[in-house]
Design a protein around this ligand. Sequence first.
Ligand SMILES: [Zn+2]
Length: 170
Amino acid sequence: MDAPADKTASKETSVTIMEFSPTGTPIGLRTVARISDDPSWKSRLSPQAYSVTRRHATDPPFGISGYDSKDQGIYRCICCGTILFSSGDKFDSGTGWPSFTSPMARENVATREDLSYGMRRIEVLCARCDAHMGHLFPDGPAPTGLRYCINMSALEFLPLPGEGVRKENK
Ligand SMILES: [Zn+2]
């Protein structure tokens, strides 16, 4: 079974995630301590990023700079830095939120059922720190048919080395 809903956010004290090089090459699995709370989040994160990642808020669609970026690079959790998504899996969903067909590594995201607001949705979280990322929908394009609908505020974008200038003209 390839559905991503089988990896549930857990209360384990450690988690195994995939490490990546700065250019997005998988290095290998590594077991790291889970992060359940970090006093720096409140002071370091923007109020919007804090509300989204730690209080399950949602970015206004089309409202956060970078949601439609086509720059080449990788996206990591703004709370703990875990590498989550790649520009190579990003597509224009027209929703106003950055959308991906898959995470860079299944180990690095967690999912769980979200029954809030009278809907049955699958919540996407950072596997290491439980940061709320967004939701997963089964209406994405090939090759996965999945749409990871992610809040831009929950992500930090790292441009691929040397890609910053060349891609300016989109
Ligand atoms: Zn995280």
